[in-house]
Design a binder for this molecule. Structure first.
Ligand code: HEM
Length: 421
């Protein structure tokens, strides 16, 4: 455990790699909120914000830009920049990293495909996938005993949902997962992975090549899937006539949706299952009243949500909490800390599936608010109720503790060994 987290009176240091912080970051978040709401992390060479109001302001504030790629790539030595060329080409087209006006244009075009009707239309498929995967889980537990809830369930559902949604054949699952894992070590800002740039390049090359081919197929023969909808999307309000997504933007957007659509939702399901196993009283309440699931998922998202922080770069030098945030400096707005801020939430450290109001920030705020929030909520609701109904006695393996990821942007487990019966 870092000095900061173990003893009061010593300087606070936020280091997400500290094993104790990785396991349970919340005590340190609370100390930062109280003592240093604007904290300079020497480890990350970045500002850290932990209070609810500040985190929300970061998301809404145009003095902060989500484009942390441009300054990062500028500082890279030539050799590394050339390794990352292919990655940069696509990530630069992800709307999540763009400021207006590019963001506005991309968002309008994506929204044309992300209609409430299209998302609601996915629900029956999600429900049948949940049943199918629970059958497989039951089978696996019968033959091998203990299962890993992440690899054997939580990872599969969102990946298959997003693949079905995009129209990617299910037999590509292993490839997609491998390419996505290669990219996540870079995008999730994981440290301590020596070949992360090479891996990211490999993942980006493979994935973009695959989507380029699929887009060509859908152009020739459109189907009822999101890729066809994205190809067809037009922005009729554009000043110079209808606008559409370019070929590279289509490829980049498919990669973004695949990535955004599965890692986070996997962690929602995994984290929620662990929360319920650790809070038997809340679990029994939900088992007795499955209709509470909508609010329960909101509470899982708040209590230990899958998006740990928003990353921003200071776009205009300004003051905050008596310090100067200089243009180009990095800021991490800790969503999970904000979601436990006692200034906003009563009894913030208590899991309460009936909590109301529950204005958590897990899907972000403002113009970048998560486009997949409804889809993720639907998946979380169906997955958790399905798990509880099918395995009412599920419990964490006592001799094999869960393993939390080394990540700053995400919060989730690599493994969650459980006994189902
Ligand atoms: C529990 C699951 C999820 C969580 C916690 C989550 C969280 C977030 C957050 C915090 C942002 C804002 C990022 C920022 O402001 O920098 C975001 C944006 C986004 N999310 Fe999600 N997300 C989830 C699931 C999904 C799914 C399933 C999809 C797609 C199928 C998706 C697609 C997107 C997209 C496209 C954006 C960018 C929006 C923009 O920049 O305008 N997300 N998400």
């Amino acid at each position: 455990m870092s000095l900061s987290a173990s003893s009061s009176g010593t300087a606070l240091v936020y280091d997400p790699q500290d094993p104790a912080v990785r396991m349970d970051p919340f005590p340190l978040y609370r100390r930062l909120q109280d003592a240093e709401p604007l904290h300079w992390s020497p480890v990350l060479k970045s500002w850290i914000l932990t209070r609810y109001d500040d985190v929300k302001q970061v998301a809404l504030n145009r003095d902060m830009s989500p484009d942390r790629l441009t300054p990062f790539f500028k500082t890279l030595p030539d050799a590394q920049r050339s390794i990352l060329q292919e990655v940069i080409r696509y990530l630069n087209l992800w709307l999540v990293f763009r400021d207006p006006p590019e963001h506005t244009r991309l968002r309008r075009l994506l929204q044309a495909a992300f209609t409430p009707r299209a998302i609601e239309g996915l629900r029956p498929n999600i429900a049948s996938l949940v049943e199918e995967l629970l059958d497989r889980l039951e089978e696996r537990s019968k033959t091998q005993g203990r299962v890993d809830l992440i690899a054997d369930f939580a990872m599969l559902l969102p990946a298959l949902v997003i693949m079905d949604m995009l129209g990617v054949p299910r037999d590509k699952l292993a490839d997609i997962k491998a390419w996505s894992d290669d990219m996540v070590v870079f995008i999730g800002s994981a440290r301590g992975v020596p070949d992360k740039y090479e891996r990211a390049r490999h993942g980006a090359q493979q994935m973009s090549g695959f989507f380029r081919g699929l887009i060509a197929e859908r152009r020739a023969e459109p189907r009822e899937d999101f890729i066809s909808a994205l190809i067809a999307a037009r922005d009729e309000t554009a000043a110079d006539g209808p606008e559409r997504l370019s070929e590279d933007e289509l490829v980049a957007t498919c990669m973004l949706l695949l990535f955004a659509g599965h890692e986070t939702t996997t962690n929602l399901i995994g984290n929620a299952a662990l929360m319920l196993m650790r809070n038997p009283e809340q679990r029994e309440k939900l088992q007795a009243r499955p209709d509470l699931i909508v609010g329960a998922v909101e509470e899982f998202l708040r209590y230990d949500g899958p998006s740990n922080s928003l990353a921003r770069v200071v776009a205009t030098t300004h003051e905050m909490h008596g310090a100067t945030l200089k243009e180009g400096e990095r800021v991490f707005a800790m969503l999970n800390a904000a979601n436990r801020d006692p200034r906003q939430f009563e009894d913030a450290d208590r899991l309460d599936i009936e909590r109301s109001p529950n204005r958590h920030l897990t899907f972000g705020q403002g113009i970048h608010f998560c486009l997949g929030a409804t889809l993720a909520r639907n998946e979380g609701q169906l997955a958790i109720n399905g798990l509880l109904e099918r395995f009412p006695h599920m419990r964490p393996a006592e001799d094999e503790p869960e393993q939390w990821m080394d990540a700053l942007i995400m919060r989730g487990m690599r493994r969650l060994p459980v006994d189902l019966v």
